[in-house]
Design a protein around this ligand. Structure first.
Ligand code: TYD
Length: 149
């Protein structure tokens, strides 16, 4: 599965395949700004040791762009564009989920060994978060109005 584009707005999120540079010693992946990442990386964070049954996320971002990579283990992203939901399982270190648009995201079913690395386009700012689902829907409707004109 190279690109998975079932979102209403086609560019809101997609899966990206990274090239594995392997040799007899094992595997290596290089991720380079401008080539593999369509934004300047200002922040990298990772989520690990997620406790059994824990779900995370439950927010959208106003401006932030991210690439999420399960470099070890797996987890499921629930992606919601305000109209419909899609689940994408991240389970390969050579696959990244690029989220660029106004998308509500939830993460669940973390394997105990999951290390989820996130490359982000902005420094951490709580002001960029939409943590209320109804408010998120209002943002989606507002965005559509501005896109029409
Ligand atoms: P949060 O974004 O709510 O995590 P998730 O979406 O994975 O459930 O962040 C959890 C906490 O960590 C919250 O108190 C904010 C803090 N935080 C930072 O300080 N810097 C960061 O870059 C991130 C992502 C979170």
């Amino acid at each position: 599965m190279k690109f998975l584009l079932k979102g209403k707005r086609m560019e809101d999120y997609k899966l990206i395949d990274f090239q594995i540079l392997g040799d007899e010693r094992g595997s290596l992946i290089a991720i380079e700004q401008g080539y593999d990442v369509p934004f300047d990386i200002k922040r990298v964070y990772y989520i690990f040791d997620t406790k059994d049954g824990v779900n995370r996320g439950f927010h959208a971002h106003i401006n932030l762009k991210q690439i999420c990579i399960a470099v070890k283990g797996s987890c499921i992203f629930v992606l919601d564009d305000g109209y419909k939901r899609e689940e994408i399982k991240l389970a390969n270190p050579n696959q990244g989920l690029l989220i660029e648009g106004l998308i509500w995201r939830e993460m669940k079913d973390f394997s105990p060994n999951c290390i989820l690395v996130v490359l982000a386009s902005e420094h951490y700012s709580e002001n960029d978060y939409i943590r209320d689902y109804n408010k998120f829907k209002e943002f989606v409707i507002e965005k559509e109005k501005t896109e029409k004109y």
